[in-house]
Design a protein around this ligand. Structure first.
Ligand code: KG4
Ligand code: ZN
Length: 366
């Protein structure tokens, strides 16, 4: 079984060929990513209209390259998996339209997949099948969500951010202290040189009743009670604390931050982000009797988060799974893997009237 994955939800145009062998194991034969970072850097963030136009320019070449790298032709492709959402609708439309057109022209079934199912399945693609039940933290520029996977291919939302995503907070903090875009990798690097205890930024805690949990959240016995004490993630307060610290430290912009001060801000901010993410993830793992923890999404590339998760996992005897750095940030191999997961579950393609959906909700079966 060979699946072509296509991903255009944000600012990377990506295509990949992933196959499953007789034993059901997955292997990426190719993974091509055309990043638009250089285009958006000038604006300090992704400009949706520019992103959509660049996807249009790149999509044909990226797909052809993914077939060539995999040493396959269209006849060798059994299904096309494409990100249906969530994301920027103009960007999503390019991938969705491309997938439908090739699917119709060549008679290849098309499997629409959810972007976060892709991030989650990057774990099984990189590590092999996880032990279930598992708790997976998806932490990226657009999302910070916890999923409970009672079995392979079943995704139950257990918690999510109330405001900013963790990656977004990284990008904003980088901007506040005058570092480049995207900020995550730069803050990660600078944090290694700084003192993580230099500044006592507040650790976000939501202590009021959760009135906003949403019908799509699946709670086991005892979880709702526990949520009353400690609910979803929140990163906007931490971001504001960093802004206030920078204002005071620079006398409201009267003097620049020194390199050492920037290192300390990055290290202290990162310490709080990692503690917040891991406290909640490991607590959820207890509640759900998880046999494994997974961390996926762009921020899973963070060296401090990886090291912290592994240390905590070792301390409580829980294996921690992360993707490779290339599979952590947006790519199409993970989308092909999510397509393979749907195929395994018996889905044999969609009618071609499905549409890109900017706010698609991940259903329990993908
Ligand atoms: O998954 P992704 O490529 O795109 C989304 O689906 O959002 O994640 C991109 C996010 C950006 O916010 C970027 O700053 C962050 O992941 N990121 C990192 C690191 N590498 C990428 N954040 C912290 N540390 C990193 N090493
Ligand atoms: Zn993503």
């Amino acid at each position: 079984m060979r699946v072509l994955g296509i991903e255009t939800s944000c600012d990377e145009t990506a295509a990949a060929v992933v196959e499953s062998d007789e034993t059901g194991a997955w292997r990426a034969r190719s993974s091509v990513v055309a990043s638009q970072v250089a285009i958006h850097r000038e604006w300090g963030g992704v400009v949706p209209e520019l992103a959509a136009r660049q996807h249009l320019r790149d999509i044909c070449g990226v797909v052809e390259q993914s077939l060539a790298d995999a040493d396959v032709r269209w006849d060798d492709i059994d299904a096309i998996a494409v990100t249906q959402g969530p994301g920027l609708v103009g960007s999503l439309l390019v991938g969705v339209s491309f997938a439908k057109a090739v699917g119709a022209a060549r008679g290849i079934p098309v499997l629409p997949v959810h972007h976060l199912a892709g991030h989650i399945e990057s774990l099984a693609l990189h590590n092999g099948e996880l032990p279930y039940p598992a708790i997976v933290l998806v932490v990226s520029g657009g999302h910070t969500s916890l999923y409970h996977l009672p079995a392979r291919g079943v995704y139950l939302l257990a918690g999510r951010t109330r405001d900013d995503a963790a990656g977004e907070a990284y990008d904003k903090v980088a901007k506040l202290v005058g570092l480049g875009y995207p900020g995550g990798p730069i803050v990660d690097r600078r944090a290694r040189a700084g003192n993580p205890h230099a500044i006592a930024f507040p650790v976000p805690k939501l202590t009021h009743d959760d009135r906003n949990i949403g019908p799509e959240t699946h709670l086991p016995a005892g979880f709702a009670q526990a949520l009353k004490r400690r609910a979803d993630f929140s990163f906007s307060g931490l971001k504001t604390a960093v802004r206030r610290h920078v204002e005071l430290a620079t006398d409201h912009g009267a003097r620049p931050l020194t390199d050492a001060e920037i290192d300390d801000i990055c290290a202290s901010f990162q310490r709080v982000v990692i503690q917040t993410l891991l406290d909640r993830t490991f607590r959820a793992a207890e509640w759900f009797d998880a046999r494994a923890i997974g961390i996926a999404g762009g921020v899973a590339a963070n060296s401090g988060l990886r090291a912290g998760a592994e240390a905590r996992g070792a301390a409580v005897g829980l294996p921690v799974f992360v993707p490779s750095v290339a599979l952590a940030t947006d790519n199409a191999a993970m989308i092909a893997a999510a397509g393979l997961r749907r195929w395994e579950a018996g889905v044999r393609g969609s009618a071609l009237d499905f549409n890109a959906d900017a706010s698609l909700v991940l259903q329990p079966r993908g």
